[in-house]
Design a protein around this ligand. Structure first.
Ligand SMILES: [Zn+2]
Length: 190
């Protein structure tokens, strides 16, 4: 265990962390760990869960950041918080479709509401990022359960179709396809 943790803290942080994450997440599984290629961790990276800052190759809570550094910061997870999120895996929700583009403000508002409610009761469930991706949006969460809930709530509120794919490491990849507003063809159930 400690060897894994050390790998994560060395200079190849990002890659090492993700590898050790996969390794420990699949330990009950027969399948081999999936090696993912990721670029070195961006500096500064701010931990989305606890606010620690990665700068000069170290994670600290008291790194002072300049305005320019704050603007160039990216969201991520410190090793401690990675361990927390490892328990339930991480989530990714891809939002696409013609109606999604037209209702982007309402969708983002809905996402922030759902996240705020979830984080209040389960602090480890947080939004990592919400970015424009091609013609849609990509939402990353610390928890696969939060990604699942977001997809579910968005479908309930707006309509459309949701698909879920779980990886061996507990990560959820959800897609919400929102082509037609609720009340038209996409309407199902009550
Ligand atoms: Zn953290």
């Amino acid at each position: 265990m400690s060897a894994k943790r050390q790998i994560g803290l060395q200079s190849k942080q990002s890659r090492g962390l993700i590898r050790s994450l996969n390794r420990s997440a699949v330990q009950d599984d027969k399948s081999p760990p999936v090696a993912r290629k990721t670029p070195p961790l961006h500096e500064p990276t701010v931990c989305a869960r606890c606010g620690a800052v990665f700068l000069r190759k170290t994670w600290r809570h008291n790194h002072a950041l300049s305005e320019a550094q704050i603007e160039g910061a990216e969201w991520g997870f410190c090793p401690a918080c990675q361990q927390v999120s490892r328990r339930e895996g991480q989530g990714r929700l891809l939002i696409r479709g013609a109606a999604a583009g037209r209702n982007r403000d309402a969708i983002e508002k809905r996402i922030h509401n759902v996240v705020a409610r979830a984080t209040k009761t389960q602090p480890e469930r947080q939004l990592v990022s919400l970015d424009a991706r091609d013609s849609g949006l990509e939402v990353l969460t610390t928890s696969q359960k939060l990604a699942h809930r977001l997809a579910h709530e968005l479908k309930k509120a707006f309509g459309g179709r949701v698909t879920y794919t779980w990886s061996d490491d507990g990560t959820l990849f959800a897609t919400w396809d929102y082509q037609t507003p609720k009340g038209r063809a996409a309407r199902q159930g009550p």
